[in-house]
Design a protein around this ligand. Structure first.
Ligand code: 2NE
Length: 276
């Protein structure tokens, strides 16, 4: 595919291709792609653009690399050098945990998000890949949480959804011991979908994306919401129900109510069957 840059950012790269794929790359390799508040604002902006673009069905999220020292990273979490009292300090001097907004956007965006992980997916960076619908790992990928070591934790999706993926015992091990796990181990525990040689990572991501893009957009968006609904409580039901409303609006029966209101007449729902 041919990538076209969509807009210029400082901390990320954002590209699209004509086949319907967007690629968002965290571009701070000197920090192992750790995010500061500005990085998250830019990621959020790019994800919003991809959400609005009806030509885009799949979003690849990845990290720039390798760095000049030859090491790769997907994302090493929050940038500890800007962490202050109450969060990660932005350019106005205010503490932010805006990555939680980004997590929710990845969770609910009605398109498929695939994490392409080469090198480190650590801390809040590990949580970002957890939130993605699918993860393709390079053979050099390293996964882990560091919170209890560096004075932080993510008790939201980072803990509860991780436990859904790998089971309660393993999730507690990951958080309580802060160990690092290689790609093969991650595959065995159900943390990633597949492992490929690092030089194959993007090509494999594109292959998966193209395969998904052959499928029905409405079926995929409803399935994503359905997978979320079981776990996300009222917010999950809202998401799934929103898709049901969208489908209802597409029917003649749904339009009849609106049309009758606009024509100042009673709606004629008698013409529609009560299907079994
Ligand atoms: C990622 C890891 C294991 C890589 O180790 P290594 O040995 O390959 O690299 P090194 O030398 O540690 O890092 C290379 C450069 O990147 C910076 C380092 O400071 C170093 O900079 P220089 O000394 O060359 O100037 N760097 C790496 N990660 C950084 C980070 N997160 N913030 C700022 N600078 C970083 C190793 O680097 C590592 O363990 N990194 C820290 C991972 C971490 O603890 N992340 C934060 C977890 S908490 C979090 O993300 C969070 C949350 O819990 C809740 C809400 C939001 C966020």
């Amino acid at each position: 595919v041919q990538w076209q840059s969509v807009r210029e950012y400082e901390d990320i790269r954002y590209e699209k291709c004509a086949e319907g794929i967007a690629k968002i790359t965290i571009n701070r390799p000197h920090k192992r792609n750790a995010f500061r508040p500005k990085t998250v604002v830019e990621l959020y902006d790019a994800f919003c653009d991809a959400r609005e673009d009806i030509a885009i069905g799949v979003i690849l999220l990845t990290g720039a690399g390798p760095h000049t020292d030859g090491r790769y990273a997907f994302c090493a979490g929050g940038d500890q050098s800007v962490r202050g009292a109450g969060g990660y300090i932005d350019e106005e001097g205010l503490p932010r945990l805006n990555v939680l907004d980004l997590q929710r956007l990845i969770r609910t965006i009605p398109k498929v998000v695939i994490a392409l992980v080469a090198g480190y997916a650590i801390g809040g960076g590990h949580v970002l890949h957890i939130l993605c619908d699918l993860t393709i790992a390079a053979d050099n990928a390293v996964f882990g949480q560091t919170g209890p070591k560096v004075g932080s934790f993510d008790g939201g999706f980072g803990a509860s959804y991780l436990a859904r993926l790998v089971g309660q015992k393993k999730a507690r091990e990951i958080w309580f011991l802060c160990r690092q796990y290689g790609a093969k181990e991650a595959l065995q525990m159900g943390l990633v979908n597949t492992v490929v040689p690092v030089e194959e990572l993007e090509a494999e991501g594109i292959r998966w994306a193209l395969e998904i893009l052959e499928k029905s957009p409405i079926a995929i968006r409803c399935l994503k919401a359905a997978f979320n609904a079981e776990l996300d409580g009222m917010a999950g039901i809202q998401e799934l129900a929103g898709h049901a409303t969208h489908l209802y609006y597409l029917t003649e029966e749904g339009s009849e109510g609106k049309q009758a209101f606009l024509e100042k007449r009673s709606p004629d729902f008698r013409q529609y069957p009560w299907l079994p």
